[in-house]
Design a protein around this ligand. Structure first.
Ligand code: PEP
Ligand code: MN
Length: 347
């Protein structure tokens, strides 16, 4: 965004205020302008700048992803993303057979969970690892979900069966490894289904937001973001969960943000602590992997929760959610640049 000033003498005041808001502002046009590199400037900041007598005009020079960014005060979430009384989406890493997924669906429903996940086309690191049962597994997933009044969600990859898999389920997911594939995102958007967009393994927030814009631009009716951890330096943690992404997405975007603690942790005992932290950070819900017999899971066995652990996790996050204010308020932006008192970075 280019901020053109009425008086170059006002540049230091405005720049100091913008820096306190977390923006990098570069002086341009002999001090008559300030240039913000960030493509997303929250509407509150834009309004405050527009109302400042020292600001002549505002121009978008680096257009932000418009459909994805919130253009006004927070609105109630799209009912598509209503998870029910339990803010948890649960299910196995992979749908292995019709009986096991029915068992998981029945148990999830008994806990009050409203959404059933399950991988049908698995993108594995090893070519000789279980790759999923494809479209027929999507049908098993959806039928198991429907039998218990749950919604079904599965990842849709670039497989030739992508359309058939998507057709079979309620909600589709873009996996972390496909977040950067813009043609794939367009193909998924054209399916016309709600999409959960996982964050790429090392994606910047801008890349993540712009990936969502690809989906919406191609026809996805709505999206939800899902933080699932970035590459970790530590060998005992599979990925590093970026919980700062939760308030960030809530601030700048019009869409909900979910957290997947299972793929971040990579290890069962770490899943519940990360799930609790995600809910405390304001996540709309968590996506958790579980299995009737984790030791026998054909993918991601180490991180799968058994039914008892899933039950405990649900109890904890429900209790935690109830203890939080219904809508965790974000720190208010100051109304006028220069007032200072309520600036994000403090005094
Ligand atoms: C998954 O949710 O099954 C999955 C593979 O996750 P991710 O794409 O985040 O690795
Ligand atoms: Mn998995």
């Amino acid at each position: 965004m280019l901020i053109t000033l009425t008086d170059s003498g006002e540049a230091p005041r405005l720049r100091a205020w913008l820096v306190r808001q977390g923006f990098e502002a570069r002086s341009v046009q002999r001090g008559m302008g300030l240039l913000l590199a960030d493509p997303w400037v929250p509407w509150e900041v834009r309004d405050a700048l527009a109302a400042d007598p020292a600001v002549a005009c505002l121009d978008e020079v680096s257009e932000g992803p418009r459909r994805v960014l919130r253009q006004g005060p927070p609105a109630p979430p799209d009912p598509t993303w209503e998870l029910g009384p339990v803010p948890v989406i649960a299910g196995p890493c992979a749908v292995e057979d019709p009986g096991a997924i029915r068992e998981v669906a029945a148990f999830a429903a008994s806990l009050g969970i409203g959404w059933l996940r399950g991988g049908t086309d698995k993108t594995r690191t090893r070519v000789d690892a279980f790759q999923g049962h494809g479209a027929r597994a999507a049908t098993w997933l959806h039928e198991a979900a429907r039998a218990h009044g749950l919604r079904s969600i599965t990842e849709v990859t670039d497989s030739p069966e992508a359309e058939a898999i998507a057709e079979a389920v309620d909600v589709v997911m873009v996996g972390a490894r496909h977040m950067h594939a813009s043609r794939h995102l367009q193909r998924i958007g054209r399916l016309g289904k709600p999409v959960v967009l996982k964050r790429g393994l090392a994606a910047s927030p801008e890349e993540w937001l712009r990936a969502a814009e690809y989906l919406l631009d191609a026809g996805a009716p709505t999206v939800a973001f899902c933080e699932r951890g970035s590459r970790a330096a530590h060998p005992l943690k599979r990925f590093t969960l970026d919980l700062g992404a939760v308030p960030f997405i809530r601030e700048v975007s019009a869409f909900p943000v979910l957290v997947d603690p299972s793929h971040a942790a990579g290890y069962g005992p770490y899943v519940a602590p990360l799930a609790r932290a995600a809910i405390a950070a304001g996540a709309h819900g968590v996506i958790v992997e579980c299995h009737p017999d984790p030791a026998r899971a054909r993918s991601d066995a180490l991180q799968a929760l058994d039914f008892e652990a899933l039950g405990r996790l649900v109890e904890e996050v429900v209790r935690l959610r109830a203890a939080l204010t219904p809508e965790i308020p974000l720190a208010p932006r100051p109304l006028r640049p220069g007032s200072g008192a309520t600036d994000k970075a403090g005094a």
